[in-house]
Design a protein around this ligand. Structure first.
Ligand SMILES: [Zn+2]
Ligand SMILES: [Zn+2]
Length: 130
């Protein structure tokens, strides 16, 4: 891989990991990284590669085709569910106990097993309801 594109990927991963609790659409990533010489096509290409490596998660919000991305910490974010605030874009980590209770409830009442690594619940966080 050419050094140039490795550097763009590192910048992108760096940006996402320092804002690990937020989600970004491609446009906002481009406006943050554009000044560092990262092109839009490089952002698309690298996001796809990072998604394939399991380093970022791709999200789509209710009905819209627009994709959002967030950094996926490799180890600590596997067991619990994530809550995404539609107002501020922050991601909250549901405690494991609460995750297990919710998953058990759905399983008992609906005979459905939630995929805890892929599921994101959307709503409004307490800060944004104040
Ligand atoms: Zn988490
Ligand atoms: Zn919020």
């Amino acid at each position: 891989m050419p050094e140039y594109s490795t550097k763009q990927r590192a910048l992108l991963l760096d940006f996402l990991s320092t804002h690990a609790d937020e989600t970004f659409c491609v446009d906002s990533i481009c406006s943050q990284l554009g000044s560092q010489g990262v092109s839009k096509s490089a952002v698309y290409r690298n996001l796809a590669a990072l998604e394939a490596q399991g380093k970022v998660q791709r999200l789509t919000k209710g009905g819209s085709r627009r994709a959002y991305y967030r950094y996926k910490a490799a180890s600590e974010c596997t067991g619990h569910l994530h809550l995404s605030c539609e107002k501020c874009g922050k991601t909250y980590h549901m405690p494991l106990g609460a995750t297990n209770r919710l998953i058990d409830n759905v399983k008992q009442n609906s005979d459905f097993e939630i995929d805890r690594t892929e599921t994101v619940l959307y709503g409004v966080c307490s800060n944004c309801r104040k």
